[in-house]
Design a protein. Structure first.
Length: 220
């Protein structure tokens, strides 16, 4: 499958985010912004969620500074995928999402996952027209990241503590992470997840499916 690539235009425009949200609502497409550090397990999480969210048709936007490594993994599944290369920028902006959406058959898909640039700071500052935000924090990164990088966790709908199967090998207190997250984001929910053994995936998929169906029910 051909992987289409666009280069990011470094402009910021909140109006573009609102325009994207309106377009996707009109098309009945639910967009999920997945944010986290490099190596946090974002691509693996997206892949297992697409398996767990049975009955939906997907598209994926892969954001990277350079390369197409993760996009090739998605394309191998037969899922429509487009690559945004930022050439050094630390986040995806709404303008780039606007440019890449015409590459997807929006009348045929229902859910778009956006894998944002691996970064715990910049992506949280930029709305891209998403309906749902996932903050991914992996066990090997340590349990101090909510305190150090609060905006990402304060503005996300759910926190995914990923690679949870590795917990026995690291000094990581998920209860502390969840408490610190609740302190700054009382409405957010936390899920301990392993893409390797399936821990927590069904529960997370149920939460996402409920939000997708809610959007359909209220008409965007």
């Amino acid at each position: 499958m051909e992987i289409k690539i666009v280069r990011q235009i470094l402009e910021w425009n909140e109006d573009k985010s609102n325009e994207i949200k309106a377009l996707l609502s009109e098309k009945g497409v639910f967009m999920i912004n997945v944010m986290g550090s490099p190596g946090a397990g974002k691509t693996s999480l997206i892949m297992v969620l697409m398996d767990a969210l049975v009955g939906y048709r997907f598209g994926v936007v892969e954001g990277d500074v350079a390369g197409q490594v993760d996009a090739k993994k998605i394309a191998a599944l037969g899922i429509p995928v487009a690559q945004i290369n930022t050439d050094g920028a630390c986040h995806i902006e709404a303008m780039s999402i606007e440019r890449i959406l015409p590459m997807f058959p929006l009348d045929e898909i229902e859910v778009i996952f956006v894998e944002n640039i691996g970064n715990l700071v910049c992506p949280a500052e930029f709305n891209i027209g998403e309906d749902f935000r996932i903050a991914v924090l992996s066990i090997p990164e340590g349990d101090d990241k909510v305190e150090k990088y609060p905006l990402l966790f304060a503005t996300s709908d759910v926190l995914v503590i990923s690679k949870f199967d590795m917990k026995p090998h690291f000094d990581f207190d998920e209860d502390v992470v969840e408490k610190k997250t609740r302190d700054i984001n009382p409405h957010g929910k936390a899920f301990c997840v392993s893409s390797r053994d399936g821990t927590g995936i069904a529960e997370l998929a149920t939460q996402i499916s409920a939000r997708i169906n809610l959007k359909k029910h209220i008409g965007g």
